[in-house]
Ligand binder design. Structure first.
Ligand code: MOS
Length: 753
């Protein structure tokens, strides 16, 4: 990978010494030394091991389980089945709100998907529990599973994604199509993909009466606490969750999953601390996935290459027993200007686990299809793909007509294209070859992701010795959130970073909301910023109201805080240390709190998105059809950059996931049995280092005065978008073959030579 330097981010809105610095990961050394303790690394005294038994059929009923054989195995303590599960206070099939997902918790003998938990074996050792589970020898009544998007019975969902409408439109699509000089229609397929975090879902649960202590990875401890409290009928404050490190979440740890709850139930049943860790293949079912889609786009354009109409319809799968609908078509409602746009979704019920949010939910699959269709339309209009996108640049959000709070997409196109060397690209395919005879292709795609915020809280304390403490129950799932939050904390209190103690990762701290939707930095960052401002405001009151202070009479707005001192704004020579102010006031500490949340008034006026442009080079073997990505250049604008090193790493990760989407990931279901055929890392391909080329991520400067007080938009997911389409378009440019089914595999390119 190219090493680049990190210029001090000039995009930041706030003055301060920490925000904008490319600091290394706070917990990086712990992780590389193996000293970071993940949930499954805990082994308290008296702990026993639980192992899930999962169904080998996708639809039907368990008719027999040989629990006696398992119980008789040496070391086995108990076998939890529907006959002896501890009672729950809430039916796990209840859906009191849209984000209460139905969970399979051994309430009956029904099997709703392959790899569904059907029993839990608890034993003194992991080996004994594993052996016991193998002795259960389940028998089934098998019903024919529904396994494919072609199953009959597509229905109009009530909502898609996180509660967005299933269809939206503006303008007159029919008239736009009729007026078009050029029209295309194309259908793209994207497969089911599974969240394959390095760390599988794991839980260590220990009951003490009606109090529950849990080590488990969670992207949202507050929501997890509420869900667990409801299921077990205990007050949320009786639950203590520790989630210091996540080995990746990608959405699958956003809501507490069935297997995690089963670990808690097993601990209740045996009255000892229980550890339950999913095996890799058990993650293909009960913890969510990205649903397969089939997306049809139609476009019309006039003689100048301006879109006259755009439609995007997505057919997607959900489970037989719950509703999550991948919002793929939404990718088209805000990216390109068109006088008429219509997006719509339909869902099909399959006998699979319920799909869930997965890294750029909706956008990843939807943008891949949209960006391929834009490439096809550019060709139909005989235009360069970048020129075609610029021609249809949306100056306002197309559906709503709202202005963007900021949009540096043009700069992303310019800087990305310049760095990649896009100029001079031959428009026709199959025009470039290397010395070895490999076909070379260049493609591009636009990236876009909404600037989401949830709600989160933080607490800040300034201590008498002039040091600060900032606390929030936030999640670092590897993205570097804690490093960025400590930087924001330092600036919010006007302290150097080494004077700040930052505590996070447990559920007794202020609820930081959900680490998802690329909204964690914005949400928690604003909460920390506000908590610090609350403290500094109180400190300023103490000083400016005290005749003995050099700041006397300056008023709250008349002081600034940095380096552990308050300064008069009108006279920087007059200042006082925090410690002196507190000491004279006889105070040990000052505490403040802050909340981060979306500003509804600003969002009523402005559309808020991060943007980017991705350029890809591929080489295709003309004889074998093998595709190698050789270069990726992305340029992204996402408002204020708190830590350019962490953000660049997020962009790399996103682009690698885009590559994975384009060429690798594909969960293969056996259509007769409904069983997953590649539920392992040998057959479910994710990119390894050898698959990843030179990657560059350009951090494009952008100031956003409306999105939130820090100007932060979010960087976690955007780089997946743009990339998958860019690679697919490069494959076309290399070969002249348009593959509309992801992942693009060599069998689809046979004959490319
Ligand atoms: Mo994500 S799918 O917002 O963890």
């Amino acid at each position: 990978m190219t090493e680049i330097s990190f210029p001090q981010s000039s995009a930041r809105l706030r003055m301060g010494s920490s925000i904008g610095q490319p600091l290394t990961r706070r917990e990086g050394s712990l992780k590389v030394r193996g000293a970071a303790r993940f949930a499954a690394d805990n082994h308290p005294p008296g702990m026993v091991h639980a192992v899930l038994a999962v169904s080998s059929i996708a639809h039907g009923r368990v008719t027999a389980l040989d629990a006696a054989a398992a119980r008789a195995h040496p070391g086995v303590i108990e076998v939890m089945t529907p006959h002896n599960v501890p009672p729950l206070a809430l039916d796990p099939d209840a859906k009191l709100h849209p984000f209460m997902f139905r969970l399979d918790l051994l309430q009956n003998d029904a099997v709703r998907y392959a790899n569904q938990p059907i029993a839990v074996v608890v034993a003194e050792t992991l080996e004994a529990a594993t052996e016991g589970a193998a002795l259960l020898a389940p028998r089934y009544d098998v019903e024919t599973p529904r396994t494919h998007l072609d199953e009959a019975g597509g229905f109009l969902p009530q909502a898609v994604g996180a509660g967005q409408p299933a269809s939206q439109s503006h303008g007159d699509v029919k008239a736009g199509m009729a007026a078009a000089a050029v029209r295309i229609e194309a259908t793209y397929e994207t497969p089911a993909q599974y969240h394959n975090a390095m760390e599988p879902h794991a839980i260590l649960a220990a009951w003490d009466g009606d109090s529950l202590s849990i080590d488990t990875p969670s992207q949202g401890m507050g929501m997890a606490k509420a869900r667990i409290a409801g299921l077990f009928g205990i007050p949320p404050e009786n639950i203590h969750i520790r989630s210091p490190y996540l080995g990746g979440g990608f959405g699958s740890k956003g809501l507490v999953s069935g297997p995690q709850i089963l670990g808690i139930m097993a601990a209740r049943l045996v009255g000892r601390p229980v550890k339950l860790v999913l095996r890799r293949e058990q993650m293909f079912g009960p913890v969510g996935h990205r649903a397969a889609t089939r997306q049809t786009l139609t476009m019309g354009a006039d003689g100048q290459g301006c879109l006259t109409a755009l439609t995007h319809h997505a057919r997607t799968a959900t489970s037989a027993f719950d509703d999550f609908v991948e919002p793929a078509a939404n990718a088209s409602n805000a990216l390109y200007a068109s006088p008429a746009i219509a997006i719509s979704h339909e869902a099909v019920r399959l006998d699979s686990g319920t799909p869930l949010f997965m890294r750029a939910p909706g956008e990843a699959a939807g943008n891949a299809a949209l960006e391929c269709a834009m490439d096809e339309m550019a060709l139909a209009c005989d235009m360069d793909p970048l020129a075609f996108r610029l021609k249809n640049y949306a100056e306002v959000e197309p559906m709503s007509g709202k202005p963007f709070s900021s949009k540096a997409l043009r700069q992303c196109y310019e800087q990305g294209a310049a760095r990649f060397g896009w100029n001079g690209r031959p428009q026709a395919p199959r025009m470039m070859k290397d010395k070895a005879g490999m076909l070379i292709g260049w493609g591009m795609g636009t990236a876009q992701f909404p600037a989401v915020m949830f709600q989160g809280q933080a607490r800040a304390v300034l201590r008498g010795d002039g040091t600060g403490l900032v606390e929030t129950g936030a999640q670092d799932m590897g993205q570097g959130a804690w490093t960025a939050f400590a930087q924001i904390a330092a600036d919010s209190l006007g302290l150097d970073l080494d004077k700040i103690e930052f505590r996070s990762g447990t559920s007794d701290l202020p609820d930081a909301g959900l680490a998802g939707g690329s909204g964690h930095a914005a949400t928690v960052g604003v909460a920390i910023d506000a908590a610090g401002a609350d403290v500094i405001g109180k400190l300023a009151d103490l000083a400016t109201g005290d005749q003995r202070s050099p700041l006397y009479g300056a008023g709250n707005l008349g002081v600034s805080a940095r380096g552990g001192r308050l300064y008069r704004r009108d006279d920087a020579a007059r200042s006082e240390t925090y410690a002196d102010i507190l000491a004279r006031a006889g105070r040990d500490a000052i505490e403040g709190t802050g909340t981060g949340a979306a500003d509804a008034a600003a969002r009523a006026v402005y559309a808020m998105y991060a943007h980017g442009a991705v350029f890809a080079e591929v080489k295709v073997d003309p004889d074998l059809g093998q595709v190698r990505v050789t270069r990726l250049v992305g340029a992204f604008a996402a408002g204020t950059i708190i830590n350019p090193r962490m953000v660049q790493s997020q962009y790399y990760g996103g682009m690698i996931w885009g590559l994975s989407f384009a060429l690798h990931e594909h969960a293969v279901l056996d259509r007769r049995s409904g069983r997953m055929m590649n539920a392992n890392f040998a057959d479910y391909h994710v990119p390894v280092n050898a698959d990843v080329p030179s990657i560059e991520a350009i951090l494009v400067e952008e100031r956003d005065l409306h999105v939130n007080a820090l100007g932060v938009k979010g960087v976690g997911e955007i780089a997946i978008t743009g990339t998958a389409g860019a690679i697919a378009n490069a494959v076309w440019h290399a070969t002249g073959m348009r593959v509309r089914s992801f992942p693009i595999t060599l069998d689809q390119l046979i004959g490319a030579g």
